[in-house]
Design a protein around this ligand. Structure first.
Ligand code: FES
Length: 503
């Protein structure tokens, strides 16, 4: 059994695990000791001296990020002497840090600002001008460097050497001219570069996408998971009414990693972090019947019309001529409704759910997975990929050409994108084309019925990751227009087939 060590911190008894430092034990127990250079995934170089504490019997200040507690040790992080040492370290860091908080994008989530207000509030003893360094340096596609703000905590250089192992950043110069910079001839373009804005405690590295878009105190947050691949990293979805391109009320402003030691630790990849850029583009918000008699419909009328259209065709064609194209982005709840409608209800047998070529991508040993859809594992639990095998795009095209398939129900996929121009002729041969999804895509233009579905941030749901873990996500945004979760749409159509009410 792992040994535990009992010590006292600020009057409270704390149990440290074997090998833990005082700072780590304090963090785990929710006690706050000021710190900059320590990071749970990047180690403790002990260079910022912000975590100085007083230890009973010790003649000197001790840095708590390197101090292993001993049984019965008495530690004080808020005693007058400890505060004096922490304040002195803070003043040293602020000597050359510009006081540009009103125009700094880190404002509101800045370690210097927070600690100054918590434990600083001293009058500045600086009489000379501050030292000036590089400002607004775009050092990669996602990160802006402001050398003046850097306090040399070295979290960023440790990240590129130990986590991304891409080694683009270094510390150059000595003494007062020491700066963080990119290695000559390199750019900060590793697949995890956005994490540098998360770990920089002082606004020296900021996110180019988010800079000056929203003040962080206008953000709300919801727990979610990233649907960019089957890893399903834990994230925070930050939402706001204030991001300039939002005109639909509260919408998504940025994604941040949510600490999850079993899945993603404190990191997410750039693909996931910035993949939301198109979240609100090309979105569907209205239920439509398209064609010569195009009209906007209420949900129940649309579901009834789809059921009538189906019955009209199956009077003279085989029911199994309706094929269904589905997406690996369906939640577990959606897959359940999907199976209930199409397999158990309509007894269909032609399904296509295999990933498209652009849904297979780069994989590495850190987080990124090859399959860029979140929930093929969830589909497998409902038989898709197990007893029900996926058609290929080629086979489906041939079956439409041969007249074996007379109708398509497409859920959040874009056959026209896969088949190219010949796809238009194929889709025009069909007796019935229903399109359902959050985005219109190319196929949505040709559908007879177009049904708006919610995107993952607009619903509660669950995915299953590639290791079989069920991962829940919460609704962070209102659905756009008439959009509904996919499972609700399947249930409403099933009810319409049985002659019951729709949505
Ligand atoms: Fe302990 Fe930096 S956090 S020295």
């Amino acid at each position: 059994m792992a040994k535990t060590i009992r010590f006292t911190l600020d009057g409270r008894t704390v149990e440290a695990r074997e090998g833990e430092t005082v700072l780590e034990a304090a963090q785990r127990c929710g006690l706050r000791i000021p710190h900059y250079c320590w990071h749970q995934a990047l180690g403790n170089p002990g260079n910022c001296r912000m975590c100085n504490v007083e230890v009973e019997g010790a003649a000197k200040p001790m840095v708590s990020c390197r101090l292993q507690p001993k049984e019965g040790m008495v530690v004080r992080s808020a005693a007058p002497a400890a505060r004096r040492w922490q304040r002195a370290a803070l003043e040293f860091h602020l000597v050359d840090h510009p006081l540009d908080c009103p125009v700094c994008d880190q404002s509101g989530e800045c370690g210097l600002q927070d600690y100054y207000m918590d434990i600083g509030r001293y009058p500045s003893s600086l009489r000379d001008d501050k030292w000036h360094m590089g400002k607004r340096m775009p050092i990669g596609p996602h990160i802006m460097l402001d050398q003046e703000r850097c306090i040399m905590c070295t979290r960023c250089t440790r990240f590129v050497s130990t986590v991304s192992q891409s080694h683009e950043l270094g510390i150059f110069g000595r003494g007062h001219s020491q700066v963080v910079d990119v290695v000559p001839g390199r750019s900060l373009d590793n697949p995890y570069s956005g994490c540098l804005a998360d770990i920089c405690p002082v606004g020296a590295l900021t996110d180019r996408d988010f800079r000056f878009q929203v003040r962080v105190w206008y953000l709300d947050e919801a727990e979610s998971v990233c649907p960019g691949c089957s890893r399903l990293c834990s994230i925070w979805a930050h939402t706001s009414t204030r991001r300039p391109w939002h005109n639909q009320g509260r919408r998504l402003a940025r994604l941040k990693p949510r600490l999850d030691p079993e899945v993603n630790g404190p990191w997410i990849c750039d693909e996931g972090r910035y993949g939301f850029a198109g979240f609100d583009s090309d979105r569907l918000g209205r239920v439509l019947r398209l064609g010569r008699d195009a009209a906007e419909l209420p949900w129940d009328a649309a579901c009834d019309e789809i059921a009538v259209a189906w019955h009209r065709v199956v009077r003279h064609k085989k029911p199994e001529g309706l094929a269904v194209v589905a997406s690996g982005a369906l939640s577990n709840q959606d897959w359940a409704g999907f199976r209930s409608l199409f397999v158990d209800g309509l007894r269909l047998s032609r399904f296509l759910f295999a990933p498209e070529p652009d849904q297979v991508g780069a994989e590495d040993g850190l987080l990124r997975r090859r399959d860029k859809v979140p929930n093929l594992a969830g589909g497998r639990a409902f038989g898709f990929g197990a007893e029900i095998q996926s058609l290929t795009w080629q086979t489906l095209a041939e079956q439409i050409e041969q007249g074996e398939v007379w109708g398509l129900y497409v859920v959040d996929r874009d056959p026209l994108k896969v088949w190219g121009e010949k796809g238009r002729a194929l889709l025009e041969r069909l007796d019935l084309l229903v399109y359902q999804g959050p985005r219109k895509g190319l196929t949505g233009e040709l559908a007879r019925f177009r049904l708006p579905a919610t995107a993952w941030l607009e619903e509660d749901g669950e995915f299953t990751d590639f290791q079989g873990r069920v991962r829940g996500y919460r609704r962070a945004l209102e659905p756009l227009g008439q959009a509904r979760p996919d499972w609700e749409i399947f249930a409403a159509i099933e009810a319409a087939f049985h002659g019951g009410g729709g949505l």
